[in-house]
Design a protein around this ligand. Structure first.
Ligand code: TYD
Ligand code: MG
Length: 451
């Protein structure tokens, strides 16, 4: 059914609609993002589903929603315990990060266990996919490949088969006949995703959409997509490192902020089921290195924070922070100067989280401060000790969440001690075989770590 729409300009970043062209989007603040497009008014182009009746909540059968295993434990966990049938899952990430690789590997497992998986690529030729599959040693006959970009034809093919999963690589390359604008534009992406959603829900087939990410970190254009799909996963990581982190930022069927850690090898992605060991593997007790325990979703991971403080050769000292929140670390250095009386004014400060990990939670404040002080004084921190705690503007150390989880992980990896907020220590029921010390302020911390 062709639908009528009216011409208007639409922001390609957030989908805001304006009757005339404007330079800056009043909604998301993006510059030069408006493109003329045919806008479908709400409701147009969507058939009302006949015969739908309200159901009593008691009568709804949830046995159908038992989950499929992807055969990749890290992926299963990020999804909240496997794939829910009929769910629409968006996987975003920079080009070359490994999205296609991950889904091809998952396809193999799903195909072997549950039956046919259709992998649709609008980006690569069948030969390219086959080459990758050889590299990944993928052999299942139940993986069907299709090189196609028209949504109606993809769904047509999918309907002819009894599928256990459908993968569309990528949402930016497909288009539907019902929207007139170019593939990758907001209206194309939204219309295409809506069609895929209807297919997934009506056939109860899980559907993965791969999406590329712009440099700002939003899935190109379609922030409009995020609320449409059930689950949004981001695949992140520095290309300089082999480690890749898969993070759930939205999940209707599980916890968010859950992460899965992978390593890119010559034979595809391999799971890292014990990330603490990896991130600490090259740790040595030198000055400027602190170990913290950070919580990602339901799991704690030990990570190393490094700092380098050196006298500046310039009038304007350099501050360069990687893997931590820039504003937050600036704030912490100010607290350290004012409350801890550590004179950092003429110093260059560099902070880095080892292994390309990003730690944005305030519970790492105390470890960042310890690393900076340790480098400033050129004195290593006590060995085998984790440091956790949030620091406030008056230099007080605030209690943090999930201390037990963090301590348990530290103990498991073989740490010997921990510095934690006093507020947490008072309520702690177990010491997990660690020598635990509580601090109330950064001055108490400075006393402990100077010897
Ligand atoms: P790919 O899955 O194509 O990334 P995306 O779909 O996110 O764009 O991954 C491409 C990168 O991964 C490429 O740089 C090559 C590398 N790679 C390996 O290192 N080992 C492998 O086994 C495979 C298949 C890819
Ligand atoms: Mg790809």
């Amino acid at each position: 059914m062709k639908t009528k729409g009216k011409k208007a300009f639409q922001c390609q970043s957030c989908g805001y609609i304006s009757p005339k062209w404007i330079g800056k989007c009043p909604d998301c603040g993006e510059w030069n993002s408006f493109v003329e497009d045919t806008i479908l008014s709400e409701g147009l182009g969507r058939k009302s589903s006949e015969g739908t009746k309200p159901l009593s909540i008691k009568s709804i059968d949830i046995s159908l929603s038992d989950r499929l295993s992807t055969g990749i434990e890290e992926l299963n966990r990020v999804l909240g315990g496997g794939i829910v049938r009929g769910s629409l899952i968006l996987i975003g990430g920079d080009p070359g990060i490994g999205k296609s690789t991950l889904l091809l590997q998952a396809s193999e497992n799903i195909a072997k266990k549950y039956g046919k998986v259709l992998y649709v690529s609008g980006e690569e030729s069948l030969m390219q996919i086959k080459l990758r599959a050889e590299r990944l040693q993928i052999t299942s006959e139940n993986i069907l490949l299709l090189s196609e970009t028209l949504v109606e034809r993809i769904i047509g093919c999918a309907q002819e088969e009894e599928l256990s999963a459908l993968i569309v690589d990528s949402i930016q390359t497909v288009y539907t006949e019902e929207a007139v604008s170019a593939p990758g534009s907001v209206s194309q992406i939204r219309e295409s995703a809506t069609k895929f959603m209807n297919f997934a829900k009506s056939r109860n087939v899980p559907l993965f959409l791969i999406g590329h990410v712009t440099k700002e970190g939003a899935i190109a254009g379609p922030r409009v997509l995020e609320h449409l799909v059930d689950t949004v996963l981001y695949f992140e990581g520095d290309r300089g490192y082999a480690y890749r982190i898969l993070r759930s930022v939205k999940n209707r069927f599980g916890p968010t902020n859950e992460i899965g850690v992978f390593e890119m090898t010559g034979k595809g992605l391999s799971e890292v089921s014990n990330p603490s060991l990896i991130f600490l593997s090259e740790h040595s007790p030198t000055s400027g290195s602190a170990i913290t325990s950070t919580v990602e979703g339901t799991r704690a991971i030990l990570a190393e924070i490094q700092a380098l403080v050196s006298p500046s050769n310039f009038g304007m000292p350099r501050r360069n922070f990687i893997g931590v929140d820039y504003q937050r670390v600036n704030l912490l250095t100010a607290v350290l100067e004012k409350r801890g009386r550590v004179n950092l004014a003429g110093a260059d400060i560099f902070v880095n989280v080892v292994g390309g990990l990003k730690i944005l939670e305030p519970a790492s404040d105390l470890a960042v401060i310890s690393a900076i002080v340790s480098s400033f004084r050129d004195t290593p921190l006590p060995e085998s000790m984790i440091i956790v705690g949030e620091v406030g503007l008056s230099g007080e150390v605030r209690a943090i969440s999930q201390v037990e989880l963090r301590l348990k992980e530290a103990s498991r990896i073989g740490m010997k001690g921990a510095i934690i907020p006093k507020g947490n220590l008072e309520r702690l029921k177990d010491s997990f075989n660690l020598k635990i010390r509580g601090v109330r302020s950064i001055n108490e911390l400075l006393e402990i770590i100077s010897y």
